[in-house]
Design a protein around this ligand. Structure first.
Ligand code: A2P
Length: 341
């Protein structure tokens, strides 16, 4: 069976990546319909080495195009406004934004972690994709929790500008150009609260009343929803001047004593995880080495200096792929496997 697939936000940072992943994974597509705002309607995107014309997102486009699967990546307000239209037209919505993530009637799915939750899609017709930082972290946490029972997680992230979309990537590039023209002091910033070039910013999204940012609280709340239990977790999310690939330093506390080998052994067998860990050769995961990859890379696995039940490690993944496009397309594949027969 083949499907009519709509990609909402098709010319955005995540949307373009979705098109590549659909093609690479040979997704069973009957018709691809790229959608964006009226600003981009008539422009083209590339799919399967061909140019496909972008159509304007409207309330009745899903019905008109007989869409079966709608992948949304155009921001929370667009999903809020149009997801129901797609569902009403008979499509399953796979939403990349945060809009539906904490809705009790919407499953929040990482296919390698909680594929069984997809079954709940029938309640609202919507499946939510977690936050990019949550996805790569949970691909690591889930197998370790199953094996050794986590009691606490502390995370510090190093997140690329593409997490904030194409205009944010352009902001970094234009500030670097300004730096080389000796004009960085005059450079503008819009995507971030401060200049991102040659800087790191300990703020992603807005601050909440508890002193954490929304991004940090997404990691906390989404982790509990996906693991179906409350896991004590605190995060510090930091934007760094890279284009692509999020890194995370994780401190993992377990119920009983564990050593680095025990953790490595479990992660070696875990789905979608690749161990890159030969520190004496300067081999460890880095953002520049994970671009265009669908796997999550783990290294620097080491014991704590003081407590025998604490392990530290470093996790890197392509935020546009693992953290967004690949996860969404794999949800769609699983959905077909489970529900569309
Ligand atoms: P457009 O280029 O027409 O504005 P990014 O995350 O890289 O910033 O991309 C955002 C994506 O979401 C783009 O494809 C953008 O299309 C799309 N988008 C933004 N606002 C809307 C809207 N109101 N209706 C439809 N698509 C939108």
């Amino acid at each position: 069976k083949k499907f009519n697939v709509a990609v909402v936000g098709a010319n955005g940072a995540v949307g373009e990546e979705i098109l590549r992943v659909l093609d690479e994974l040979n997704f069973p597509i009957k018709k691809l319909v790229p959608l964006a705002s009226s600003r981009s309607a008539g422009d083209t995107v590339e799919f399967n080495s061909k140019k496909v014309v972008i159509k304007e997102l409207t309330s009745n486009i899903f019905e008109k195009e007989e869409i079966d699967i709608a992948l949304f990546s155009a921001g929370g307000s667009v999903s809020a406004k149009y997801a129901q239209d797609a569902v009403r037209a008979g499509a399953v919505v796979i939403d990349n934004t945060s809009h539906f993530r904490m809705d009790a009637d919407v499953p929040l799915v990482i296919p390698e972690v909680n594929p069984e939750d997809i079954a709940k899609w029938r309640v609202k017709g919507i499946i939510a994709n977690p936050n990019c930082s949550t996805i790569q972290m949970l691909q690591v946490l889930k197998p370790l929790d199953d094996a050794y029972a986590l009691t606490r997680v502390d995370a510090s992230t190093y997140q690329a500008t593409s997490g904030a979309g194409k205009s944010a990537m352009e902001e970094l590039v234009s500030q670097m150009q300004a730096f080389f023209a000796f004009k960085l002091d005059d450079a503008q910033h819009k995507a971030f609260a401060h200049q991102i070039a040659l800087n790191v910013i300990p703020q992603i999204d807005v601050f909440m009343d508890n002193g954490y940012t929304k991004e940090e609280m997404k990691m906390v709340n989404e982790t509990s929803k996906i693991l179906h239990r409350e896991v004590p977790l605190s995060a510090t999310c930091v934007r760094v001047p890279t284009l692509r690939g999020h890194a995370e330093a994780l401190t993992l506390t377990f119920k009983n004593d564990v050593d680095a080998k025990m953790v490595t052994d479990v992660l070696q067998k875990a789905p979608n995880i690749v161990i890159v860990d030969e520190p004496s050769e300067s081999i460890y995961p880095m953002p520049a080495a994970c671009v265009d990859m669908n796997e999550t890379f783990v290294g620097r696995i080491r014991a704590d200096n003081f407590a025998k039940n604490i392990i530290h490690l470093f996790v890197v993944a392509d935020n546009l792929r693992v953290g967004a496009a690949t996860n969404a397309v794999r949800i769609a594949q699983k959905w077909i496997e489970m529900e569309a027969k």
